[in-house]
Each structure stands twice: as C-alpha cells, then as structure tokens.
Design a protein around this ligand. Structure first.
Ligand SMILES: Cc1ncc(COP(=O)(O)O)c(C=O)c1O
Length: 386
C-alpha cells in the first residue's frame, strides 16, 4: 500500500497548538506553521481504526496497560533496534517530558547539578530549572560538518553532577549519536555516578543510512545506570494522547521510579493512548518506511534550495528527526530583527533558536513533517525576504 503524504489536511480550529496558537506565539495568525514537533500528516489508518473501534464501546472508564501492550513495544524495539527489553522493565508515563521530569524529582534533590547538552529541546532546561536543580551546560560543538559532544568538558562537569539528560537522537541538531560517542559519554557518567536519562522519543525517526543505538544496549553496566524514555507519539503523530514508556533495567531504580510515578497518580493514563500505541507498534513498519523516505525528500529539497538560493543560511543535514536546524547568523541581523523578519515579513512560524539555549541565538528550527507543497511555499517565502 502506498500512503499519501502529499495530502493537505486542514488542522485549524481543532484546538491544535501548531495552528490555533499562532497569534499568541508569533503575533501573527497567518504564519505558515512549521514549529511544534508534530506532523501535518494523517495518523496512519491502522492506528485510527484501533482508536475508533475502542471509541465505539460506550464506557471510557479507568483502564490499565496489559502484557500484550508492553509486548507490542518490546516487539517493536527488538525489530527496529535489536534491543531485547523484558516487559517488566517497562512502565507507562503520561508523555516523555512528564516522564523525565518525574525522574529528575525521584533521583535528585534541590540544588543538585544536572547536565544537559544545548542547543536542546526547551523542556530539558525547564525540567531542571523549574524544580530548583542546577543546570550545567555541556554545549554541543559545531565541528563544521556536524555537531559533536565536548567530552573534555563533560568529564569535568560529571565530577559534581548527579544526572545527565541525553537527547538520543538529538533535537534540534538532528544527530544520531554513534555507539562510540555514547560509550564515551556512558563511561564518564558511570565513573562519576551520574545517572543517564536517555530521551529516545526520536529514535524511530532515524533517517535512511543511519542507525539508532539505544543507550541501554551499550552493555550491562550502562543499562543499570540509565532510564530510557520511548514513545510512539512523535513517529505516528499521537502526541495529543500523552502516552510513553519508561524503561528501567535496574531493579532498585525501577522500584523508586514507579513508586514516585504512583505517588503522583500518573500511572494510569488514557485508553486511546494505549490502543493507538499498541496498533502503531504492531503494524507500523511499512508506513514508517514510507514516512522516512518522504521526510528525507523534504530535507533534500530544503538543502538543495538553501544551497542554491540562500547560501548564507548554514545547516547540517539531519541524521534523525524531521527537523532542520538553520543558522541565519550569516545575515548580520540581531536576534530580534531576525525574529521580526521571519514572523512578520516572511510570515513563517519556525521555532526560535534561542528557546533551545543561548547557543541557538540566530537559529531557527523548521519542522519538515508536512506535505512537500508546504515546504515549497516556506522556501518561496524565505527567498522573498532573505
Ligand atoms: C526530545 C523530545 N522529548 C520529548 C518530547 C515531547 O514528548 P511528550 O509529548 O511525550 O512529552 C519532544 C517533542 O518535541 C522532544 O523533541
């Protein structure tokens, strides 16, 4: 079966963050919205079917996640990433951000140092700073053709830190970390007793030619010093259903974590998150293959367009995610001027780079999980202003 990713779907007036909050976020209700990391594609038919079937039952009472649910996730992780995950390592969390924030609360104390690697997804910053923990920035280094980890700095920072929140693969720079890079990071953390929280929500969006390494597959001792978060939400467009999985190989950590989640009354979740995730994890392979090819086509289109028409915009092609991280500093405008030009003159709603940390000043993140026609229109608008 061939899926149609060119189809334009009107998402306006569905209480949709990406479209219906444009006025508040961009001070312009007419920007072409290419910001929030969800997709303008239809959630696949086999997922919608599962949701509709369950919705037909007239009672939506409390429910629980059963063994077949967790087995569907285990099957997916095994097929896609060659990772054997016993189902007893898994537990439900109501979203990855909520999940890693609860890990911050369960395993650190106010005042503790937590390392993150900016530019990085804004909630990494908030999960630490909003709860009285201390942010330590192991800022990624742009080596010209890709972003890399500053391991010397990390080795120093790890001496006093309690936790590191890893974005694997990395949003927004699109790195799919290699096994070697992860080993170096894991070694430093292990040696210094720094717990690794590995956010792997983008792991199924590793692009053709690259391979995801789950942090916990590096070896037994690394797995025992980690908590991984996985979700079908980013990959299959289910973010509104707030469903994700914590994978905790270490039994002691697992007991502490689950007790915390239960104390927060955050362990039950919603019925539709269950049925949609289970369907995606069971039937999603073929659809995902086609999605990744389509997204790669969008990325190639943008790369070619920028190189030809807007060579001052610098970028590295992403290895994972449907985002591109674009550097507009070559134009010499201030951050405020750039924001104004983008949102008020080009009428484009991209994510503002500095929201990912100071290292993102003068950058924009563009979401390419949309029909090609949207991407083409965005490029035309960019060209007309820059
Ligand atoms: C790295 C990363 N983690 C987590 C999330 C959001 O996860 P959730 O909606 O499950 O909280 C996103 C969404 O963009 C993300 O990019």
């Amino acid at each position: 079966m061939k899926y149609d990713f060119d189809k334009i779907i009107n998402r306006a007036d569905t209480n949709c963050v990406k479209y219906d909050l444009r006025k508040q976020v961009f001070d312009n209700p007419d920007v072409l919205p290419m910001w929030v990391a969800d997709m303008d594609f239809e959630t696949p038919d086999f997922v919608r079917k599962a949701v509709i079937e369950r919705a037909e039952h007239p009672v939506y009472g409390y429910h629980f996640k059963d063994e077949p649910y967790f087995q569907s996730i285990a099957g997916w992780l095994k097929r896609r990433h060659q990772w054997d995950v016993p189902t007893e390592w898994m537990s439900y969390t109501p979203g990855v951000v909520c999940g890693f924030t609860m890990a911050v609360m369960a395993f650190t104390q106010p005042g503790d140092e937590i390392i993150i690697q900016p530019p990085v997804y804004p909630p990494f910053h908030h999960a630490v700073s909003s709860h009285g923990r201390k942010l330590v920035y192991n800022t990624l280094v742009d080596r010209g053709d890709s972003y890399e980890i500053n391991f010397d700095q990390l080795a120093e920072q790890a001496k006093t830190a309690k936790m590191l929140i890893l974005c694997n693969p990395h949003n927004p720079v699109g790195r799919s970390w290699t096994r070697n890079e992860l080993l170096l990071l894991g070694e430093i953390c292990l040696k210094n007793n720094v717990l690794v929280i590995s956010d792997e929500i983008h792991c199924d969006l590793v692009l053709p030619g690259y391979k995801h390494t789950p942090f916990a597959t590096l070896g037994h001792q690394y797995a025992m010093n980690s908590i991984t978060f996985h979700a079908a939400s980013k990959t299959f467009n289910l973010a509104g259903l707030a469903t994700s999985t914590a994978i905790v190989p270490n039994e002691t950590l697992r007991k502490t974590y689950i007790a915390y989640v239960e104390d927060m009354e955050a362990h039950l979740g919603n019925i539709f998150g269950k049925v949609s995730t289970q369907a995606a994890m069971t039937y999603g392979d073929e659809w995902l293959g086609q999605l990744l090819d389509y997204v790669q086509g969008n990325i190639d289109y943008v790369a070619e367009y920028l190189t030809t028409h807007l060579p001052k915009v610098k970028f590295h092609k992403p290895q994972a995610t449907y985002m591109m991280w674009l550097d507009f500093n070559g134009y010499g405008f201030s951050e405020e001027e750039l924001w104004h030009k983008m949102t008020q003159e080009a009428n484009l709603g991209f994510n503002r780079g500095k929201d990912f940390g100071e290292a993102g000043s003068g950058f924009f993140r563009i979401n390419l999980a949309c029909p090609r026609a949207t991407v083409e229109e965005a490029m035309r608008r960019l060209k007309s202003v820059f």
